[in-house]
Each structure stands twice: as structure tokens, then as C-alpha cells.
Design a protein around this ligand. Sequence first.
Ligand code: BGC
Length: 369
Amino acid sequence: MKRTWKSFSVLLVVMLVTALMAACSDSSGGSSKVSVGIVLPTKDEPRWVQDEQRFKDALSDSKYTTEILFSQGSSAKEKENVETLLNKGIEVLIITPHDGAAAASAVEAAKKEGVTVISYDRLITNTDAVDYYVTFDSVAVGAAQGQYLIDNSEGKDVPLYLYAGAASDNNAFLFFEGAWSVLQPKIADGTFKIANSSEAEKLKDKAELTRDELGKILGQVTTNWDPNEAKNKAQTHLTAASADLKGDVAVLAPNDGTARSIADVFGTDGDITSFLVTGQDAEKASIQYVIDGNQSMTVFKDVRTLVKDAMGIAVEILDGKTPETTGSYDNGNKEVKAKQTDVIVVDQENVKKELIDSEYYEASEFTGL
Ligand code: BGC
């Protein structure tokens, strides 16, 4: 009797679990509709995890359904993500491409299904399948980094180490173009001497560089947005550098992830007396570096605004309205209507005001503020 009762209860549990599983797969399966699909490039960088969180915060009271997928640094995965979202019936796609040119085929597939495509932070290039672009002023980001090095260096012939982002990211060109616009006159007048790029050295008298010329410099000093690659390059450069390229130096690092690893390398070289190093993204780890004096500055890009702009455009589309834009960007194939946001330079002086008082982060997340 006891045994029968036991097998009956096991059967009951099995039936319950089966019913529960069926219910779950129903709600997340192909039949459930998603209005806005969001595709972000990688979870491996805090920058994009931050965007995910800010999207979630902004969407908690939205009447439209959304889904966020990550491409993990792979264009193939990105294409698959877009297809998954298309199968869920999305009407708007918000996408940060891993590779701006390779993403064209993914958004062309979306366009074929009548989906409105919003390029988010990074522009998708050489296709007419992009409808809108929401972005920070990326040329201003680079210019702010360059200007910081100018304003905080002393004397003449300061060794200047240049680093850049991934050449597959249109932003890497914009950042470097912005930095070059202010640094080049200071290289020409002897304030700085280039320490680690023969291509930049060759072009040092040219105020405006073509995309090809920028590509040549990037080819030498790219980090591929990878902190490890940045670290290896910095080590190689310092090993090769002669004594006149050490001492008090300036380092153009393209973002916070690469800045921290480059700073760690420069910080342990006995022949580097002091170094200035730039960054961007206001990642928490870099805010701590700035507070501790290990990274000179970061450029704060308030992701809340970018998310608000992207979702604002998406909702206008879903409501059948025409979104307002403030300018346009040439993606090599068309002028893409764009909405652009300003950026803020942050260093030890204003870190508390800009990031804590503005409630972007909480004071308790840092030490020594
Ligand atoms: C973004 C930066 C980011 C970098 C690496 C760029 O396109 O604008 O904020 O640090 O990609 O992911």
C-alpha cells in the first residue's frame, strides 16, 4: 500500500513538471510577439552590460514588448540574433553592430520584412537598410581626449603613445579623427613627439586625414577594443622605446577597458616617471582608477540619454508617427538621419559631481571619493 502511494506521488510530480514546462515554453516560444528587438555587441565589456541595464530600467513601464540579445563579438551570432527577433515579429530593430560593414546583411534581412532599423551608438556602413542612428558625438569624444593630454602636459617633446579602437567599428575612426584634429598641431609645433607609430609619424604634417590614412594608423595602433591586445601592444612599445621616449609621457587610450590595461603596463615601467592616460565610457572600474589617480580622465557618455532617444524613436514608429532627428551621418551609402548626444569630460576634479550627484552611480560603489 505504501509503495503504491509512493509511485502515485512520483507520477503526480512528473505530470505537474511536464505541465509547467509546457506552460513556460508557450510563453517564451515562437508565438509570443516582440515589438522591439535589441541587439548589443558583447557582454564581455561593462560598457554594453550597462546599456542592457539602462534599457531594462527604461522599459519596465513600457506598453511595448522588447527583447535584448548579445552577439558576443561575432557577426554570425549577430545575424542569427536578428533572425530570431524577426521570427518573433519585431517591428523595430535597435542594433549596435559588432562589425559595422558586416552587419549590413543582417539589417537588409530586417528591412525586407518591413522592420525599421535604428543603429545604436555604432553606425552600420555601406547599406541603405539603416533608417536612424542614435549616437554620442564621437568626434567630440576623441577631441576631448586629445585636448586633455594637451592641457595637462608640460614642456616640449613629450612622448605621445597612440592607441585606437577596432577598425571594424566606424567609431574608432571618429574618435581618432577627433583626437588628431587637436593633437596634430601640437605634434607639428614640437609639444609632442610620436612614440609608437611610424604611420602617424609620416602623416604628422597633415591636419585632416583621409579614411585610408586613418586606416593605416589604426592598422598599427589598434587595440581591437580588447584590453589584452592593448596590454600586449603597450608592453611591446615600451620594450622597444629608447630612453628619450620614456620619462613624463602622454597616452591616447581609446576607451576605459583598454586604458586600464595600458595604465597597468605604463605604471610598472621604472623608466616612466609619470603618464597621462585617457579613456571613455565612465566604467565603474575606471571611475575607481580616476579616483585613485591611475587613469587621468574618462569621457562620460550618459547611456540613459541614448536609451531614451533610441526607445523614443522606436515608440514613435510603433505609434505611426515620424521621429524627430537633429542631423545626419553618411554611412557610405546614404545620409542616415541621426540624433546626437553631447559628452562630458570627467577627471578627479568633477567625478563626484558628474557621476554621483547626477545619480548615475552610487557613492557606495567606490572608495576614496
Ligand atoms: C563605443 C565605446 C566602446 C567601444 C568598445 C565603441 O563603439 O562607442 O563606448 O568603448 O565601442 O566597445
